[in-house]
Ligand binder design. Structure first.
Ligand code: O7M
Length: 213
């Protein structure tokens, strides 16, 4: 995954035709495609391979199980061409380590979630989850663009690990604020794929990010 546009597309559409249309329009303005359950359940897991031929794919399965099950899930994602996977950290260090081993380090660990409910259970333990991501050897963390001050605080804990940050646009966060607070990439879904011109929307976000640094 090359850090060029610093935008990751959250491809939460539910048909192959929409997925191909959006990716074709935005591929010059994003660095990776994040695939989550809506698209996998609608189209089947081979969509990972198909998308990986266009861009790096991050499989956002928010993996949260015992170590052996985590390992089996990650192996399935990586064998279909995923570049990285996303797991939860609340399952503990052995479960996160199982993901890190199976993905050869290409793991992002969810810390504080971006939606209002993210304050309820994830925020109080987010610092510990970030420290766990670091000690387990993960590539980075997921941190909320809706609360840029939390990105800055979590950055202090993880040092040079990467931060990918959702919550821009539909959830109210601003791309340049997240980048200035220390995010490496923003993750954006609806503000791109629901836009009348997804390519233009992705370009505008990439331009905002460039201006923000
Ligand atoms: O831009 P949106 O709001 O349409 O989509 C945001 C995407 O980021 C969507 O795919 C969510 O599942 C994801 N996400 C969050 O919105 N908040 C979080 O705290 C974490 C994620 C995420 O990507 O976790 C890995």
């Amino acid at each position: 995954m090359q850090k060029k546009n610093r935008v990751i597309l959250a491809l939460d559409v539910t048909s192959r035709a929409d997925a191909l249309r959006v990716v074709e329009a935005v591929k010059g303005h994003v660095d990776a495609i994040k695939i989550n359950w809506p698209l996998i359940l609608a189209t089947g897991p081979d969509i990972i391979r198909e998308m990986s031929r266009v861009k790096d794919v991050i499989c956002d399965f928010k993996i949260a199980d015992i170590p052996n099950t985590n390992k089996l899930i990650v192996e399935q994602a990586m064998s279909r061409g995923a570049t990285a996977v996303i797991c939860h950290g609340f399952t503990g260090d052995d479960s996160v380590k199982a993901c890190v081993d199976a993905a050869k380090g290409q793991v992002f660990v969810v810390t504080e979630m971006s939606h209002p409910g993210g304050k309820q259970f994830t925020a109080p333990v987010a610092d510990e989850l970030a420290a766990l991501a670091k000690s387990a050897g993960a590539r980075g963390i997921v941190a909320p663009a809706t609360r840029p001050e939390r990105i800055a605080a979590l950055r202090k804990i993880i040092g040079s690990l990467e931060i990918i940050s959702p919550g821009v646009g539909a959830q109210g966060g601003k791309a340049s604020d997240a980048i200035r607070a220390g995010a490496d990439y923003i993750i954006v879904g609806r503000a791109i794929y629901d836009a009348p011109d997804p390519g233009g929307a992705a370009k505008a976000l990439a331009d905002e990010v460039k201006d923000g640094v």
